[in-house]
Design a protein around this ligand. Structure first.
Ligand code: HPA
Ligand SMILES: [Zn+2]
Length: 330
């Protein structure tokens, strides 16, 4: 039995495995510029975030109907459950679909067909976090928030993703103010490729409660001290960091130093179909490559539930934490 954990940094579009991409392409009459899954997999050699994003957006062309989004989410939930994920806070990128003529309603209704039954079908509780593409305009983000109004009962929070450098958090000040006024929780990618200042700005200007990645905080000791003092969770994604070359090797990942510094770190998969593994695979990888002992792994699992947006159901959080505490490593 795998260690119970929450997944807090997972882009549902990044769970599109090559086999499902080809299946959906055939179903929808979409022609992919790859002969087969082998040729597609060979394209997964990324130099940086942008080279990944190009393929990530290209493959989304196969996602067209509610059923496509339902199938995508069910495939993820089954894999996540098998790796010990008990709770998942799932990102989606509305603008990447509406820009292709797929309605926000199709996306949310389709995802919800899977998420609404996830507890019964997969034993995984779920939440949805709607991300704005930071390389699109602030106006487009605001329009997306407006368009999401009919679905807000199914959306827990907002996030910020896509190409980071040159698109600082401050660009989205008004959108985040509007999201807060609607009662939405706030997170943002910051410090993946962007500088530590983007992390500070995400906290001070956007009012985020969690920082996605946050890796580059380690360049600023005063920021680290603040993140520790304020107990700001970081959603780290070790295999993603290696594939997108944010770190040279897994062995060089700063996770142990971050834990030693007292940061509230969590381990997540980001875009598992592209980066070589789901949540449990990321745990296994840091265990093998970083020499983390059982108590560090247990701490990471505890952190994932402590950092999750389960305030409406503290009983559930306590149950998950008790499962982690009782877990016997084999
Ligand atoms: O790792 C990521 N970073 C930024 N944007 C993204 N969109 C999907 N994955 C990512
Ligand atoms: Zn991400």
């Amino acid at each position: 039995m795998p260690l119970p954990k929450a997944e807090l940094h997972l882009h549902i579009e990044g769970t599109l495995e090559p086999e499902l991409a080809f299946e959906l392409a055939a179903r929808n009459g979409v022609k992919l510029p790859y002969a087969d899954t082998g040729e597609l997999r060979a394209a997964y050699a990324f130099q940086d975030l942008q080279s990944f994003l190009n393929l990530y957006y290209e493959l989304m062309a196969v996602l067209r109907t509610e059923r496509d989004f339902e199938d995508l989410a069910n495939a993820y939930l089954a894999r996540a459950a098998a790796q010990g994920v008990r709770h998942a806070e799932i990102f989606f990128d509305p603008q990447a679909h509406t820009a292709r003529g797929v309605d926000l309603g199709t996306v949310v209704e389709g995802l919800w067909r899977a998420l609404g039954h996830s507890e019964q079908n997969h034993g995984v509780s779920t939440q949805l976090i709607m991300c704005f593409l930071r390389d699109e305009s602030a106006e487009s983000a605001m329009e997306t928030l407006e368009a999401a109004r009919p679905y807000l009962d199914r959306i827990t929070g907002v996030g910020l993703d896509s190409a980071e450098v040159g698109h600082p958090p401050v660009k989205f000040r008004e959108v985040y103010e509007a999201a807060a006024a609607l009662g939405l929780r706030r997170v943002a990618h910051a410090g993946e490729e962007g500088p530590p200042e983007y992390i500070t700005e995400a906290l001070d200007v956007l009012g985020v409660e969690r920082v996605d990645h946050g890796l580059r905080c380690m360049e600023d000791p005063a920021l680290v001290e603040r993140l520790v003092r304020e107990r700001i969770p970081l959603t780290l994604c070790p295999l993603s960091n290696v594939r997108l070359r944010a770190v040279d090797t897994l062995e060089a990942h700063p996770l142990p130093a971050m834990l030693d510094a007292g940061l509230l770190c969590t381990v997540n998969s980001d875009d598992p179909a592209y980066f070589g593994g789901y949540a449990g695979d990321n745990f296994d990888a840091v265990r093998a490559s970083l020499g983390l002992g059982e108590e560090r792994l247990r701490e990471l699992a505890r952190n994932s539930f402590l950092a999750s947006f389960l305030e409406h159901d503290e009983e559930r959080r306590a149950r998950y934490l008790a499962e982690v505490d009782a877990y016997a490593f084999s």
